[in-house]
Design a protein around this ligand. Structure first.
Ligand SMILES: Cc1cc2nc3c(=O)[nH]c(=O)nc-3n(C[C@H](O)[C@H](O)[C@H](O)COP(=O)(O)O)c2cc1C
Length: 223
């Protein structure tokens, strides 16, 4: 066993080459510095994503990396305006931001702030499921998702290792009909997330999760 003590995990914005530290401290980052991220670094992050497994090694993915500030502003506006006009989304976030549970309240407050200031992230990554064969276009069922969310996790972990913050969002989903023509996304590509990325204006650090003994069943399911 490697000598890793989760209880000794420190918080900070630096990168790490230690895979355990990266996994245990990769938390949702929703505030970013303005510092640009080099194309070489972004390429590295996407290359790491492509090392993920996929069904029959089909690698059904394409990654849109949006750096252009005008495009980021336009996409942020689409998402913000849509949320403002959708009482379901608006109430979900504003009610959550009033939660009595501190962790939940902070999460919703951060998510709401991100929604309103998305263009402050210097980069968006939009991972897309992509099928070459138009007879077999991507569906959005959970098994299809299994061939892309591993790549997303690789991407987020390697970003964290490089000292870059990310947060997986599904902000793209409600504005997909506007996003497709704006970014030229073909019908045989399905955007699966919108991931803001940048150098964090926050710290990496421990995350709140259920205790492992509550979610781990040995040999058969236990109620
Ligand atoms: C499927 C999925 C959708 C998510 N959607 C959003 C979102 O729309 N906005 C947001 O700010 N965070 C979103 N998140 C991030 C989660 O809120 C975050 O991963 C979770 O609260 C754990 O955060 P932590 O790693 O900082 O503890 C999403 C995460 C997942 C896996």
């Amino acid at each position: 066993m490697p000598d890793f003590q989760p209880d000794n995990l420190t918080s900070g914005p630096e990168g790490t080459a230690d895979i355990f530290e990266a996994v245990y401290s990769q938390r949702a980052i929703r505030k970013f510095k303005e510092d640009p991220v080099s194309d070489e670094t972004l390429r590295h992050v996407i290359e790491a994503a492509t090392k993920a497994p996929s069904g029959t090694n089909r690698q059904p993915w394409r990654f849109l990396v949006i750096r252009d500030s005008e495009k980021r502003s336009r996409i942020a506006e689409m998402i913000r305006v849509n949320a403002e006009n959708d009482p379901g989304i608006r109430d979900y976030f504003t009610e959550g931001a009033k939660s009595d549970d501190t962790g939940r309240r902070l999460m919703f407050t951060g998510a709401l702030s991100l929604l309103n200031h998305l263009d402050q992230a210097p980069v968006y990554i939009i991972p897309c499921l992509y099928w070459d064969d138009r007879q077999d276009v991507p569906s959005n069922n959970v098994l299809t998702g299994a061939s892309i969310y591993g790549a997303v996790q690789n991407l987020q972990l390697v970003a964290r290792a490089l000292g870059l913050g990310t947060v997986l969002t599904t902000f793209q989903a409600p504005v997909l009909n506007d996003l497709r023509p704006y970014l030229g996304i073909p019908e045989n590509a399905l955007p699966c997330a919108l991931i803001p990325l940048g150098y964090p204006d926050a710290n990496f650090g421990p995350t709140r999760r259920l205790p492992v003994d509550e979610v781990l069943f040995w040999d058969s399911w236990k109620d």
